[in-house]
Design a protein around this ligand. Structure first.
Ligand SMILES: Nc1ncnc2c1ncn2[C@@H]1O[C@H](COP(=O)(O)OP(=O)(O)OP(=O)(O)O)[C@@H](O)[C@H]1O
Ligand SMILES: [Mg+2]
Length: 248
């Protein structure tokens, strides 16, 4: 929760406003601003304000919720691949997104494991949609592991450190198909650096892999797998390859 002044607080829960970063009303925006200010400084509880004041505050923040949600949905719609544009969040996706919106640093990452075509990428995009639906402003990034390695591979002496940092510091990173690209010493090292960077900073991510759980250590290496185990809640996705069903 961010305010224009760090000491000011607003009873957002009492107003029914979801967690987020909001601008306070300007002093001239309301006749009873003095009372509102006493609420912001902790002198006056929300329940001690006249109903008109509470209504004014609720409207003031509701407008921003709507605006933020629209911006977040636009960000999502601009980036979601067409195939997953209709992926709708289920309860787990919504619950995760709400936790992320409340406090992203205590939200565990997700590790979605399952065979080819079981719906890992679909679920991951539904989580990103759910995040957008909360209205929280998150500049998430997404790569398949193979694309990320191509993106970060040094070219003609060109340092890829900036590119690395931009990905590694993303507020939310969706890294798809871990362990699917051919692993080399370089990919192992860059995967380790990336995961470790986010591990140390408690930055959440969504990771998917179709490597069977028992083989993760062999494929991703001990250090990456160990960190992922601590960082992530695992979701095992069972079932058949949905693509075969579609092709019948
Ligand atoms: N819950 C779902 N409802 C409807 N369609 C789904 C669902 N989950 C997945 N699909 C569809 O099934 C197909 C395969 O899903 P997806 O690409 O997410 O699989 P995957 O597990 O990521 O596979 P891979 O390991 O090969 O990347 C896609 O067309 C996707 O839209
Ligand atoms: Mg996939």
């Amino acid at each position: 929760m961010n305010h224009q002044h760090s000491k000011l607080t607003v009873d957002f829960a009492g107003l029914g406003i979801p967690p987020g970063s909001y601008a306070l009303p300007a002093p001239g925006a309301y006749d009873g601003y003095d009372r509102l200010e006493r609420h912001f400084t902790g002198d006056l509880a929300l329940t001690d304000l006249p109903p008109d004041d509470v209504q004014f505050l609720r409207n003031h923040f509701c407008e921003q919720v709507t605006e933020h949600r629209q911006q977040a949905m636009d960000y999502f719609s601009d980036r979601v691949p067409r195939r997953f544009a209709e992926a709708r969040p289920d309860e787990r996706a919504t619950a995760w997104a709400e936790q992320f919106a409340g406090d992203r640093f205590t939200t565990k990452s997700l590790l979605l494991l399952g065979a080819t075509g079981t719906g890992k990428t679909h679920l991951a995009y539904s989580v990103l949609r759910a995040v957008a639906e909360t209205g929280v402003q998150t500049r998430w990034q997404t790569f398949t592991a193979a694309d990320l390695y191509a993106h970060l591979r040094p070219r003609d002496g060109q340092d890829s450190q900036d590119a690395f940092t931009r990905v590694a510091d993303a507020a939310l990173l969706f890294l798809d198909d871990l362990g699917a690209a051919k692993f080399t010493e370089w990919t192992e090292e860059i995967t380790y650096r990336l995961i470790n960077h986010r591990y140390e900073r408690c930055l959440p991510g969504i990771f998917t892999s179709n490597v069977p759980p028992a083989q993760l250590r062999d494929v991703l290496g001990e250090r990456v797998t160990s960190r992922l185990s601590e960082m992530c809640d695992r979701i095992a996705i069972k079932g058949d390859d949905r693509r075969k069903g579609g092709a019948k």
